[in-house]
Write a protein that binds this ligand. Structure first.
Ligand code: DAH
Length: 344
């Protein structure tokens, strides 16, 4: 007949044989843990009764108890892992966002009107045989002023309210004219190029001005280029870009880098030439300047003015967009107002 100790060892063995695979929630598993290993569990009861067993039997029962507790802990911990993993998956999938979900018609963005205008102007000039070039926005004083026949202390410097950089002798370009200098220095004649880009001035924005704006520069250097070539090019561009209702006119002006120089104006598209707030009631809007390249500029870049001649022009790209679309106030171009931008 089995001793009490032997019976206890058998009972402990059967208590340790546990299969928790039917437990599906962490809460249920907690209860099972309590039943099997908790203070009021049968195993704890046996443990407390160990002291009353004869010393030689205590050892075998104690060993069986320890093994049972360890095995049960392992089995329950493994099940806990599985259930916790399932729980994490459930939470993640319930919080998942479907980023491919389309609500209504997707809104597709497009280039800002100024970029579109730049592309269109490039096309017009490409059609006339010009190539497109670009230059840096941060410039040295030499490219932005000196090589353009504007030495330090020249009063004409006040025509451009300049933003200077911390590095001495550098600035944010006030016009795209320094790209002319880059082309003449780096490429040499013959040159037929337009140079669009961003320009900067210390200026308070108003209906016709922005502090950060865009210009497009033009430069032709070849043999026997005359003022008639300049006037013809500007006329051609005006009708190609604005349509036949818009006329251009050149008025004598002064720029240090051209001689003779002219201001290039077009009919105000807002009022059709009648006069309005946007054109200061003149009927004309100044687009930019132009003229024959001054021999002093050719000297600065090492081109022989006896052999080569050329014309140059530069005008506001934002102003072109404004006139072409009859926009009364230029500041809306950079206002990020989607109602305005999506019209174009
Ligand atoms: N750079 C001048 C400005 O920003 C515009 C200009 C005038 C450009 C005459 C030219 C030019 O190329 O020949 O005011």
């Amino acid at each position: 007949m089995a001793s009490a100790a032997e019976e206890l060892v058998v009972e402990i063995g059967s208590l340790a044989a546990c299969d928790p695979s039917s437990i599906v929630s962490l809460e249920e598993l907690g209860k099972l843990e309590d039943t099997l290993l908790g203070k009021r569990s049968r195993l704890s009861e046996i443990k407390q009764a160990l002291g009353s067993l004869p010393p030689e039997e205590r050892k075998s029962v104690g060993k069986a108890l320890n093994e049972a507790r360890m095995s049960l802990s392992d089995i329950l911990a493994a099940r806990r892992c599985v259930l916790e993993d399932e729980e994490v998956r459930r939470v993640l999938s319930s919080e998942r966002m479907d980023l491919t979900e389309v609500l209504g018609t997707p809104q597709v963005g497009h280039l800002n009107l100024v970029s579109q205008t730049r592309d269109q102007l490039e096309d017009v000039f490409a059609g006339m045989g010009f190539s497109v070039a670009e230059g840096p926005e941060a410039e040295t004083d030499w490219f932005n002023f000196e090589a353009l026949n504007i030495p330090p202390d020249h009063p004409a410097r006040s025509m451009w309210d300049t933003l200077f950089l911390d590095v001495p002798g550098t600035l944010m370009r006030t016009h795209t004219s320094p790209v002319q200098i880059h082309l003449m220095v780096e490429q040499g004649p013959p040159i037929y190029a337009v140079m669009p880009g961003r320009t900067y001035r210390r200026e308070t924005p108003d209906a016709r001005h922005l502090a950060t704006f865009h210009q497009i520069e033009g430069l032709v250097v070849d043999r026997s280029i005359t003022f008639a070539d300049l006037a013809g090019t500007i006329e051609e561009f005006t009708t190609a870009f604005f349509g036949s209702d818009i006329h251009s006119r050149l008025r004598p002006s002064y720029f240090p880098f051209t001689e003779p120089s002219a201001e290039f104006e077009i009919t105000c598209a807002i009022c059709g030439g009648a006069g309005c707030r946007t054109c200061s009631h003149t009927g004309w809007i100044e687009l930019g300047g132009c003229g024959m390249v001054d021999p002093a500029v050719f000297d600065a870049v090492g081109i022989d003015p006896e052999e080569w001649s050329g014309f140059a022009f530069g005008f506001g790209l934002d102003r072109c967009a404004q006139m072409r679309h009859s926009i009364a106030d230029m500041r809306v171009l950079i206002s990020n107002d989607i109602r305005f931008l999506r019209q174009f």
